[in-house]
Design a protein around this ligand. Structure first.
Ligand SMILES: Nc1nc2c(c(=O)[nH]1)N[C@H]1C(S)=C(S)[C@@H](COP(=O)(O)OP(=O)(O)OC[C@H]3O[C@@H](n4cnc5c(=O)[nH]c(N)nc54)[C@H](O)[C@@H]3O)O[C@H]1N2
Ligand SMILES: Nc1nc2c(c(=O)[nH]1)N[C@H]1C(S)=C(S)[C@@H](COP(=O)(O)OP(=O)(O)OC[C@H]3O[C@@H](n4cnc5c(=O)[nH]c(N)nc54)[C@H](O)[C@@H]3O)O[C@H]1N2
Ligand code: SF4
Ligand SMILES: [Mo]
Length: 908
């Protein structure tokens, strides 16, 4: 890329979630970039959530993988830098040797919804059209493969029929298994705004947990985990009973109604019975059913609480059935809307990223489709059967059936279920290659060859968001080190293998081929697909570079794509009809039992992204939830002998982890919730994937991430401590630790078992201070076994450590502030030794608003002192919530709680 041609501001797309917000990156005088929302982008109209706003914090080169590396010895930490030529040569030789000896199914690619469409397209072409094996699967298998399977069963094609706008036009929105307030914040804000304008608009949230999303809901149904099919079968039966049916639509445009209804009636015809099974009140369930029937314009949005289940595909179809019965699909304000997670989950679906799909919405198992693609690609060897799905793929690797795996843009040692099995598999695999932007990850630790990819801000191409809108990601940074675009790495590899058809010279070349394939034979009667980018084919590099966000389908000559699909009642099955699918309800595959009495639910927190390789580098994002946790009901904690704030070990049949117990207030008895983000780079023992059962949905192959039986017990330690340090620590002697990124320092929360006799010696060793003359302040209370020490260099705080046998350690926020100061004042030194700030009001409490760094204490005090009564008043007073708005649901909760406290204190 020629940087002199880069305009002052570059319009690109956020690197994170499937909302797909437009971002404007503008260079600053100090060499950094100002990141702001793009007002011209239809997804966000200028807004960004807290993760998007912090993108600028994650573009530094610290920790980046910048050169191709090989690991001379398995299991060793040592990496050797090699040339691209060498690296690709080594991989190609070994790869080809394995194919020659064991056939094409002995090699595999494991890719990601975080690749650009261009990268994804080339990877698929290579495997399915040239290597001749469909052993290419993606982390989207773990994410929305159930939604894909549900759409395909119902519509004959994987098509999201609605647009974001429909969420604003709906009279009722049902969010099933979606914590949109934290996971799709800008979409959630659009819903919140629409609801503000039209307070009659109803929001129903179906989730076993009371999440931040529930703060906006008119009705929350805290269903028993895994019972969604009962709930929606019950709804289908109810809608039929009261006549909320469109008989003409059913007759003309669908098949299978009678069978689906009979299935629903059989077990779910009685509201009281369904309520009991789902563990919700009959009143609440009736309210939901009545509202669904009464409001024609209903959008049902669903996400991981639906997809990540051994009944995920049935859950999706049970929902779609309820829309089909009233013909409520593809029209303004209505439809079953799968909300995708990753920035390019949808692009992956277009290129056929899953092992059981073919490019451009064609089917691998369909000979006609295979022929069409073969001709288009002029491919020497087409795969003719589905490949291994993610969980099976890593099993086949451990069994030695797959002997080479190339992982791209995903971190399976953290994110797959039964994650210790993934470690075993990779340790056994003959050739492990990883393309990543970060050098040290849990997965890279097993790679023989590491290939440096271009990251966000450096790479060029397209992504498709949840509403089928294709947006450009554009580079505004030069390529660092020797990093290369993923599509280029794969193309060069393919050429080394001797394949022609990979002579792409730019992302545009790839995109154009992808667009042409989407239109290829798409007008023939036996091959019609809704997915069509004909209007973007042959547009030329300039138009591609300037491409505005656009939805598909986009037919030849069209400038704007379709907002809605299937309004004409013509679906993609051969008979052009949609299908009702009978969904027989069943419980999760593994249920709690004596040894494992609790159900483990896993998911996301507001300010972290997946395995934290990027968001974990931002101090701003670390504040909201600095450590992993086990959220549980206080009564369960009492029963199992664990206490809030203390560490506990969770164990399942598959693995174990350690984290801190918390009572967030939103969990029903019998369940615990643990975030997915922490891993071996950020904590000693908090990788929750190790516990997750590897059971998958029989249709989609998506794992059951939300329901694993576990037990909990105390994790006994003799002391708790934390360190703030400008240099990295060696944590060998510590029983449990978490590393938290600060501004110019790292914070370590830790706990240990060993008896510490000599505090000073222990602390100096931990902090790596060998100089006996170092400026070292300390305070020790031998009888209380409390200790604190501060290491000062040139009058500036360098490190500090605080230790106690209990959890009564001082607030970290105040200490973090001292690291921003060039010089410690006498007052600061005194405060350090007594373990609390000498100035008043400096403990802001846990961060609520990450954008402005506003803590809970500050917010509560303002509500009390200024008698604030609404969220806008709080924002006006303390700024919290005034930028990205991601914390507004939490502000609302704090406001309600504090106002309740104030009224309780008032004299009667
Ligand atoms: N902050 C943040 N945002 C993200 C991501 C991130 O890592 N961090 N990742 C992105 C990605 S890839 C994805 S896939 C999305 C995920 O977005 P979401 O699906 O909204 O997020 P999760 O937290 O995985 O799970 C959603 C909810 O499902 C509920 N649930 C569990 N079991 C059941 C059940 O049986 N029935 C029902 N109805 N609900 C259940 C959980 O309690 C949880 O609150 O988020 C995207 N956005
Ligand atoms: N227990 C549990 N596990 C889960 C889930 C759950 O809810 N519960 N959710 C699942 C879901 S929905 C998802 S989507 C997965 C996500 O899980 P992963 O995909 O494993 O998580 P990420 O951290 O996003 O991994 C992306 C990797 O790609 C690297 N990377 C970033 N940009 C680029 C690039 O441009 N090129 C290349 N080559 N590499 C890049 C990053 O450094 C990182 O190592 O987790 C799944 N696992
Ligand atoms: S909602 Fe946030 S994370 Fe998602 S695309 Fe928009 S700014 Fe990025
Ligand atoms: Mo995902």
């Amino acid at each position: 890329m020629n940087l002199s041609s880069v305009p002052l501001s570059v319009q690109t797309t956020c690197a994170y979630c499937g909302v797909g917000c437009g971002v404007k990156a503008t260079p600053k005088a100090d060499g950094g970039f100002e990141i702001a929302g793009d007002t011209a982008h239809p997804a966000n109209a200028g807004r960004l959530c807290v993760k998007g706003s912090a993108l600028g914090d994650t573009i530094s080169l610290e920790g980046r993988l910048l050169y191709p590396m090989v690991r001379p010895q398995r299991g060793s930490d040592e990496l050797r830098r090699v040339s691209w030529d060498d690296a690709l040569g080594q991989v190609a030789d070994k790869w080809q040797a394995i194919i020659d000896e064991h056939g094409p199914d002995a090699v595999a690619l494991y890719v990601s919804g975080q690749l650009l469409t261009e990268d994804y397209y080339v990877a698929n072409k290579l495997m399915k059209g040239y290597v001749g094996s469909a052993n290419i699967d993606t982390n989207s298998r773990l994410c929305m493969s159930s939604a894909v399977a549900g759409y395909k069963r119902a519509f004959g094609e994987d098509v999201v029929p609605s647009s974001y706008e429909d969420l604003e036009l709906a009279d009722m929105i049902v969010l099933v298994g979606s914590n949109a307030a934290w996971c799709h914040p800008i979409l959630f804000q659009r819903i919140a705004k629409a609801k503000e304008k039209r307070p009659d608009m109803k929001l129903v949230v179906i989730d076993p947990r009371r999440t931040a999303t529930c703060e906006l809901a008119d009705l929350h149904l805290p269903v028993k985990p895994g019972t969604d099919v009962w709930l929606f079968n019950g709804l289908l039966s109810y809608l039929n009973q009261i006549g909320a049916v469109d008989p003409a639509f059913i007759a003309e445009h669908t098949n299978g109604f009678d069978a689906a209804l009979a299935q629903a009636d059989a077990e779910c015809g009685d509201i009281a019975k369904v309520a009991k099974t789902c563990r919700v009140s009959v009143e609440a369930l009736t309210e939901f059913y009545e509202a669904f029937a009464a409001n024609a314009k209903v959008i049902t949005g669903y996400s991981m609480g639906v997809n990540q289940s051994s009944a995920g595909t049935d859950k999706a179809n049970a929902i779609i059935n309820c829309h089909l019965i009233g013909g409520r699909i593809g029209k303004e304000g209505m439809g079953p809307f799968s909300i995708t997670g990753q920035p390019n989950a949808m692009g992956g679906r277009e290129v056929g990223g899953l092992a059981n799909m073919l490019a451009a919405h064609m089917d691998l198992e369909n000979a006609e489709h295979r022929n069409a693609v073969r001709t288009f690609w002029d491919s020497p060897r087409m795969a003719d059967k589905g490949g291994l799905k993610a969980v099976d793929l890593f099993r086949a690797i451990e069994e030695g059936k797959v002997k080479a795996v190339w992982v791209m843009a995903t971190n399976p040692v953290v994110s797959l279920p039964d994650a210790d099995q993934v470690r075993r598999a990779l340790a056994k695999c003959e050739l492990v290659v990883s393309s990543d932007i970060i050098e040290r990850t849990d997965t890279n630790a097993f790679a023989d060859v590491l290939l440096p990819a271009l990251g966000w801000g450096e790479k060029d191409g397209t992504v498709t968001n949840s509403e089928r809108r294709i947006s450009r990601q554009r580079a505004f940074l030069p390529a660092p080190g020797e990093a290369r675009a993923d599509w280029l790495i794969i193309s060069q590899f393919a050429q080394r293998l001797g394949y022609t058809g990979f002579e792409f010279s730019s992302a545009y070349d790839v995109f154009d081929e992808h667009a042409r394939l989407s239109a290829w034979r798409n007008d023939e009667a036996d091959l019609p697909r809704k997915f069509n980018l004909a209007g973007l084919a042959g547009q030329g590099t300039q138009a591609y570079d300037a491409m505005a966000p656009v939805q598909w389908p986009l037919l030849a000559g069209e400038r704007e794509g379709a907002k809605r699909i299937f309004a004409d009642g013509l679906f993609s099955h051969p008979d052009r009809k949609a299908r009702f699918i009978p969904t027989a309800p069943r419980l999760p595959a593994n249920l709690p039992e004596e040894d494992f009495p609790l159900t483990l639910n896993t998911g996301r927190v507001r300010d972290q992204w997946h395995t934290m390789t990027r968001t974990g580098r931002s101090a701003k994002l670390a504040d909201h939830i600095p450590e992993s946790f086990i959220d549980m009901h206080p009564q369960d904690a009492l029963i199992y002998g664990v206490r809030e704030g203390e560490l506990a070990r969770l164990t399942s049949k598959w693995g174990a982890m350690v984290a801190r117990v918390q009572h967030g207030g939103g969990i029903a008895r019998g369940s615990v919730f643990v975030p997915i983000h922490w891993n071996n780079q950020t904590s000693s023992d908090a990788r929750v994937g190790a516990l997750v059962n590897p059971v998958v949905d029989p249709v989609s192959g998506e794992p059951e991430f939300k329901h694993t039986p576990v037990r909990i017990e105390q994790f006994r330690v003799n002391w708790h401590a934390f360190v703030l340090s400008r240099t990295e620590l060696d944590l060998e002697s510590v029983a449990h630790w978490t590393r938290i990124q600060g501004k110019a320092f790292a914070r370590y929360e830790m706990a240990g078992r060993q008896n510490i006799d000599d505090f000073t010696a222990w602390a100096r060793e931990l902090l790596g201070v060998t100089d006996p003359d170092a400026d070292w302040l300390e305070y020790a209370d031998k009888s209380e076994r409390m200790y604190r020490a501060v290491h000062v260099v040139n009058d500036r705080i360098e490190q500090c450590v605080f230790l106690s046998p209990r959890l009564d350690l001082p607030a970290r926020g105040w200490l973090a502030g001292l690291f921003a100061e060039e010089q410690l004042s006498d007052l600061d030194r005194a405060g350090l030794l007594i373990g609390r700030p000498m100035k008043k009001g400096v403990d802001a409490g846990p961060t609520v608003c990450s954008c402005f760094g506003v803590g809970r204490n500050t917010i509560c005090s303002a509500i009390r002192d200024k008698d604030l009564k609404t969220v806008p008043e709080v924002t006006a007073c303390v700024k919290a919530g005034g930028n990205c708005g991601s914390c507004v649901p939490e502000l609302k909760k704090i406001l309600i709680e504090t106002r309740a406290e104030i009224s309780a204190e008032m004299p009667a």
